[in-house]
Design a protein around this ligand. Structure first.
Ligand code: NAD
Length: 370
């Protein structure tokens, strides 16, 4: 039996509730598919501030660095909002991303037929939408130097941020994206603003070069403003989208709203320990988490939807442990449970009795046990 070390960081608010359900699914599926998971728990975010005075301790970070994968709930909440920016719960996330070198953020956007009415877009526009947005996470405008705000001699101010990418940074995110496209619909769209920004002209050039190693994947390019429009006009045209950090931040939030419910959306953030090696993350670092926050407004009420976190576990099995059948089974179980009308409060139409977080977890487990 294969054995993997997984660091589990439930975090704050609804974090512990949703992570508890996702861990049950991880353990059950592992046993079924011949893998055992050695779980170590740690406090991050507000929970860590309360227990140790800082959002991320060296010991918890060391544990994450040693692990084969990290499962995170969510961090933050009103209790810690008045604290200084440097010690706020959210710093834990940024530190984990940076220290683990998580340069690729994967956000799947899949429309479930049973929930198609939950979106603000027309059902015929959404039918069959299944997109993977790959956002570069550790470079670009958010990290480029020089940056800052300076006061000029005449007393006015000047703000600067810099869009920077090296060939190596573009190559590794391109390899990751091509490898993902190979496992999906074999179509990759690279999004840039190459008509105006030289840095993204380089991006386009390097992505073209990398494409030579993936002849089975059809590569196309689109300017970011057009992509923002096309995501609403005809989202069904996309398979895998790769783009730089800031564009990816905006486009992935836009794409996530096609589904109409934040409680459904999983994510993976990935790094590599060694050379660029496509999607072979079995030897790499990765953190899996729902895209939503700690939802303090419903924490402790049992109303949280655990599906985003359960789907994050499916991504872990697929991308970190190469357990594609197990991942497929979880995704199919979620769909089956939705198809038979089971709903948590966030996705329930009026008049439908909503399940608690634990009851939804149990429904999915019941489906997996079949
Ligand atoms: P949020 O995502 O926590 O909540 C937004 C709304 O969606 C709320 O009404 C909430 O009840 C609902 N919601 C979110 N997840 C849900 C789920 N699984 N099931 C049912 N309903 C769900 O965003 P927010 O309210 O802006 O932020 C709350 C806290 O979370 C803040 O401290 C923020 O900084 C933090 N945050 C953390 C992360 C993270 O840990 N990755 C991400 C975003 C926000």
């Amino acid at each position: 039996m294969k054995s993997y070390n997984v660091s589990v960081f439930p975090g704050d608010g609804i974090g512990p509730e949703i992570v508890a359900e996702a861990v049950k699914v991880l353990k059950f599926t592992g046993e079924k598919y011949g893998a055992s998971f050695n779980l170590t728990y740690g406090d991050v975010g507000g929970a860590s501030i309360d227990s140790s005075g800082v959002p991320l301790t060296d010991a918890v970070l060391a544990d994450a660095l040693k692990a084969d994968a990290v499962l995170l709930g969510a961090v933050g909440g009103p209790k810690w909002e008045s604290m200084g920016y440097e010690i706020r719960p959210e710093r834990a996330l940024l530190a984990l991303r940076k220290e683990l070198g998580l340069f690729a953020n994967l956000r799947p956007v899949k429309i479930y037929n049973a929930l198609i009415g939950a979106s603000t877009l027309k059902p015929e526009v959404l039918a069959g939408v299944d997109i993977m947005v790959v956002r570069e996470l550790t470079g670009g405008l958010y990290f480029g130097e020089p940056r800052g705000v300076e006061t000029l001699a005449d007393g006015t101010k000047r703000g600067v941020n810099t869009l920077v990418y090296t060939t190596a940074e573009i190559e590794r995110i391109a390899h990751t994206s091509f490898a993902i496209a190979q496992k999906r619909g074999k179509k990759l769209l690279s999004v840039d603003k190459a008509n105006v920004l030289e840095c993204t002209e380089l991006w386009r050039e390097v992505v073209e070069e990398v494409s030579a190693s993936y002849p089975d994947v059809e590569l196309s390019h689109m300017y970011v403003d057009n992509c923002a429009m096309q995501l609403i006009r005809d989202p069904g045209q996309f398979d895998v989208i790769v783009t730089e950090n800031t564009f990816g931040d905006i486009l992935s939030d836009e794409a996530s709203m096609l589904t109409g419910s934040i409680g459904m959306l999983a994510s993976a953030s990935m790094g590599l320990k060694g050379e660029v090696e496509g999607l072979n993350h079995a030897n790499g670092r990765a953190m899996y988490e729902p895209i939503h926050g700690s939802a303090p407004d419903i924490a402790g009420t049992g109303k949280a939807n655990p599906i985003a976190t359960i789907l994050s576990v499916a991504m872990m099995l697929r991308y970190s442990f190469d357990m594609n059948d197990a991942a497929d089974e979880i995704e199919v179980a979620v769909e089956a449970v939705l198809d038979r009308g089971s709903r948590t409060a966030d996705i329930a139409e009026s008049g439908v009795t909503a399940l608690s977080c634990t009851a939804m977890g149990e429904e999915i487990l019941k489906e997996l046990r079949k």
